[in-house]
Ligand binder design. Structure first.
Ligand SMILES: [Ca+2]
Ligand SMILES: [Ca+2]
Length: 249
């Protein structure tokens, strides 16, 4: 356990999960970093809906770019081939001569993000954050949002493993009890849906504890289904109180 990171889960919904009112998520040490060169996927090779390929402007990548994002339903699907499952950094190549714009990226109805495209008369890149991609084809949908920009490509690179967390051995609260000081756990406060430990592992979310509200938050079967609660509490990275008896005292 000494090499494991710890994420503490405490259930305020103790009435529903009495036997497991508190749990630790233990995340394994990351594997050695494996660098990957960026991969580029051209917008003009995607599926165009209400938009069209063009090559009038110079400085683009590949055979051109996609323009004509001027109607509400306009969109572009770029096929992004990932060499393996995992977390990737993503960028969009674009130009936006008319000022700052926003575009919307989404992936298989699982992830979505609004991306700011800073004003640029020449082709440039905007960072689009980290995305969980699956091996093989991933269909990234670019929806108009503000529109009036030119899309050149999508670029991905396997995300670097996050470095070890360095927890400052001094708590923010100067009145913390000696027991709290000894624990040195980073914490979140309140939540509805319980985080999926599978996603915590994939996204390398190493530290947090989270506290689920009672009532409908835990009992309506929607925000936290029974299957999900079982999944969390039986997950190999989750320790329930019966497994960490020393914390009861
Ligand atoms: Ca259009
Ligand atoms: Ca291009």
């Amino acid at each position: 356990m000494s090499k494991a990171r710890q994420v503490l889960w405490t259930g305020a919904a103790a009435a529903a999960v009495t036997a497991a009112a508190a749990a630790f998520l233990l995340l394994k040490e990351p594997q050695p970093e494996k660098e990957m060169q960026p991969l580029l996927f051209e917008a003009e090779a995607g599926v165009l809906n209400g938009v069209h390929a063009a090559a009038e402007l110079s400085g683009y990548s590949g055979d051109g770019y996609v323009t004509g994002f001027d109607d509400d339903e306009d969109s572009l699907t770029v096929f992004v081939e990932a060499p393996e499952d995992g977390l990737y950094d993503m960028w969009v190549g674009y130009s936006s001569p008319g000022g700052d714009k926003y575009t919307m990226l989404s992936l298989d109805d699982r992830q979505a993000a609004e991306i700011r495209l800073a004003a640029s008369g020449t082709f440039t890149e905007a960072y689009a954050g980290k995305w969980l991609l699956r091996t093989g084809r991933n269909e990234v949908l670019i929806s108009r949002n503000w529109g009036w920009y030119n899309m050149d490509y999508i670029k991905i690179r396997k995300a670097r493993k996050r470095p070890e967390h360095r927890v400052e051995r001094r708590l923010v609260n100067p009145d913390a009890t000696p027991e709290t000081v000894e624990l040195l756990l980073a914490a979140m406060t309140e939540n509805g849906p319980i985080p999926d430990p599978d996603l915590l592992v994939k996204t390398e979310t190493h530290w947090s504890w989270f506290c689920t509200w009672n009532g409908d938050f835990i009992n309506d079967g929607i925000q936290n289904s029974e299957d999900h609660i079982r999944h969390v509490l039986h997950h190999e990275y989750v320790l329930t109180l019966d497994e960490v008896k020393e914390l009861r005292s």
